[in-house]
Design a protein around this ligand. Structure first.
Ligand SMILES: Nc1ncnc2c1ncn2[C@@H]1O[C@H](COP(=O)(O)OP(=O)(O)OP(=O)(O)O)[C@@H](O)[C@H]1O
Length: 285
């Protein structure tokens, strides 16, 4: 690696520096492949997007924002953007590999489409840790959902998809975006919001990990909105008291009443279940 011309200096990468391998997945605008840097043999995931497709979809600004934000975030639970470059018709993103792909797929394939509490607690902790790092760096994710989280070969989460994220340095923002089921009440009502929208989304995510579907899901959009506004949430009987306590503290209508991400990481249900998860893993070895 140290012999590489890119080591320690600005280097203009080009497609010739890399070899593409098996496809890892496909999104609306990107195709993702296993890739190898020729000189060092370093393996990573290469996401390739066609400029014409981005233009047609009107998402150029979103992609640029994603690149700008993701390239400065360096955290164990945030997918690293190692470098990026472009040629006349494509944009290339060199990303770290998350070999087990979308968390969504794993959730759907679990018995009852839900995770046991120890596994859910471990993931909740890792997302809280990543979001806390984002907030400290003045970034709101705003689009948390199992489809935007990837899983590594050693079962750790990587937050991806910063296309809807925003800097928090300016005033509170009013843009309406994000997935319907995960929208916090202040966004449904078109009010201003701040980084505590991510705490709300983490509450929805933890619920979905444990129950298999988000709490306000319904057949029509209006009904979902109504449920969110009324905080009409039902907990299945099988949920533990601790998990219900955590979710209720995150899904608070007044954004200032939501517990902090640090409080999530130290919540007794999270701690106890993470310990159980580690113990289970140790026994499997
Ligand atoms: N770093 C990575 N490591 C392993 N697999 C990846 C990686 N990045 C993406 N993938 C796989 O490729 C798929 C497509 O990723 P991509 O980022 O293009 O789309 P997306 O943003 O998830 O989807 P959409 O564009 O439809 O919202 C993902 O669903 C995932 O399965």
């Amino acid at each position: 690696m140290m012999k590489h011309p890119a080591y320690g200096q600005v280097y203009q990468w080009s497609p010739e520096d890399f070899e593409l391998g098996a496809p890892l997945g496909r999104g609306k605008f990107g195709r993702v492949y296993m890739a190898r840097e020729r000189m060092s043999g370093y393996m990573f995931a290469m996401k390739i997007m066609f400029k014409t497709e981005l233009q047609r979809g009107g998402v150029q600004r979103q992609v640029l924002r994603e690149i700008e934000i993701q390239s400065r975030l360096k955290h164990p639970h945030i997918l690293r953007l190692l470098t990026w470059f472009h040629d006349h018709n494509k944009i290339y993103l060199a990303l770290e590999i998350a070999a087990q792909g979308e968390l969504y797929k794993h959730l759907r394939n679990s018995p009852g489409s839900r995770f046991p509490e120890p596994r859910a607690a471990k993931y909740t902790y890792q997302v809280a840790d990543a979001l806390n790092y984002c907030h400290v760096n003045n970034v709101i994710h705003r689009d948390l959902k199992p489809e935007n989280i990837l899983l590594t070969a050693d079962d750790n989460l990587k937050l991806a998809d910063f296309g809807w994220s925003a800097h928090t340095l300016s005033n509170k923002r009013r843009t309406m975006c994000g997935t319907l089921d995960y929208l916090p009440p202040e966004m449904v009502e078109g009010n201003s919001y701040d980084d505590s929208v991510d705490q709300w989304c983490l509450g929805i995510l933890t619920y979905e990990f444990l129950v298999g579907s988000p709490p306000f899901e319904s057949n029509d959009q209006e009904m979902t909105y109504e449920k969110i506004k009324k905080l009409d949430i039902r907990f299945p009987e099988y949920l533990s008291t601790g998990s219900k306590d955590l979710i209720s503290r995150l899904l608070r209508k007044p954004s200032t009443a939501r517990i902090t991400l640090i409080q999530v990481m130290t919540h007794p249900w999270v701690r106890e279940n993470m310990r159980k998860y580690e113990a289970m893993k140790a026994m499997q070895k």
